[in-house]
Design a protein around this ligand. Structure first.
Ligand SMILES: [Zn+2]
Ligand SMILES: [Zn+2]
Length: 319
């Protein structure tokens, strides 16, 4: 089973995304790139180098439903005469008609984001979602944790590795412990635990950072030899990366706790302290990061939180 990485440009800050061609019957793409002309051209060119046409693809597997990864899935599927599309059920918030307006607004309001900022984030989001087609419920199959994606000569095992998003999945070729990990593992940056509704109870927040730590440890239990990420180069020393991520997360948690005043603060307040210069989508990612760390610290009984109206106020213990 040959894994061929194809670099596809995106209009996003993160830069190009990695699409993986599994050059084996049934011909499979893991992720697709965003819905832009530049992306489809780069993908076609990458496939052409392997003497493959889009119409030869019979399976499209998505690590998660962010626009840079899933944007082209629908048009590729149509061109490939209805290739099967697979994505984890917990990507629902991102998959069908995208995030519900009210759910998202409620999550941001609870984090203390002012209404004008929520409106600005919403407008940005409306732009970003143009880079992907959404799917109806009957148009894809669900990726199940521990299932095998069968190929002519071997298989990839599905590992549900939530954190970056609730339904993020990785895929392991157990013969040599090679992993394709989407945005769960990125060589140069620690992936953002994006603020998402809990797929089981959308009125709650998904405990993204706590889940992410479990996912990182689960990947570690397979002792991966080689990890292909969603962006950038592959990782050939997962153990080093695992320790580096853990350190970065603990350092960030310590900083967040130092920034927390005795009088209390919202996640939005903390995000403005952490990232004073940011604008655009980075304000959303900043508040995502602050919420994730505050939630983790609270679940570890290191800080307290109470509701003031609809806003959540975090405080040091004993304050
Ligand atoms: Zn992503
Ligand atoms: Zn990505």
């Amino acid at each position: 089973m040959i894994i061929v990485p194809i670099s596809v440009p995106t209009p996003f800050y993160i830069g190009p995304v990695n699409v993986y061609l599994i050059k084996e019957d049934p011909l499979t793409l893991i992720d697709t790139g965003p819905k832009t002309r530049e992306a489809i051209e780069a993908l076609r060119e990458g496939l052409r180098r392997e003497r493959i046409r889009v119409s030869d693809i019979s399976r499209i597997v998505l690590t998660h439903a962010h626009e840079d990864h899933c944007g082209l899935a629908r048009s590729l599927r149509d061109e490939a005469k209805h290739a099967e599309v697979l994505v984890h059920d917990w990507e629902s918030g991102h998959r069908v008609g995208r995030l519900e307006h009210e759910q998202h607004r409620a999550l941001l309001a609870r984090a203390g984001v002012p209404p004008t900022e929520i409106d600005a984030m919403r407008r940005l989001y409306e732009q970003v979602r143009l880079y992907a087609d959404s799917f109806e419920e009957h148009e894809y199959s669900s990726l199940e944790d521990d299932a095998e994606l069968q190929f002519n000569s071997g298989s990839l095992r599905v590992l549900h590795t939530p954190g970056h998003t609730p339904g993020s999945c990785s895929f392991i070729r157990e013969a040599d412990r090679t992993v394709i990990a989407g945005d769960c593992v990125l060589k140069r940056i620690t992936p953002n635990p994006v603020l998402s509704p809990d797929p089981i109870d959308p009125t709650k927040r998904f405990p993204s950072l706590a889940e992410y730590l479990v996912s990182l440890a689960r990947l570690r239990s397979f002792a991966p030899t080689y990890v292909f990420g969603g962006h950038g180069e592959p990782v050939n020393d997962y153990e080093e990366l695992f320790n580096r991520y853990l350190r970065a997360i603990r350092e960030r948690q310590a900083l967040v706790m130092r920034l927390l005043p005795k009088t209390g603060a919202t996640a939005w307040d903390i995000s403005r302290e952490l990232f004073p210069e940011t604008d655009d989508v980075h304000r959303f990612l900043g508040v995502s990061e602050a919420v994730a760390h505050l939630d983790l610290a609270k679940s570890e009984a290191k800080i307290q939180m109470e509701l003031a109206g609809e806003r959540e106020i975090y405080r040091p213990l004993g304050a």
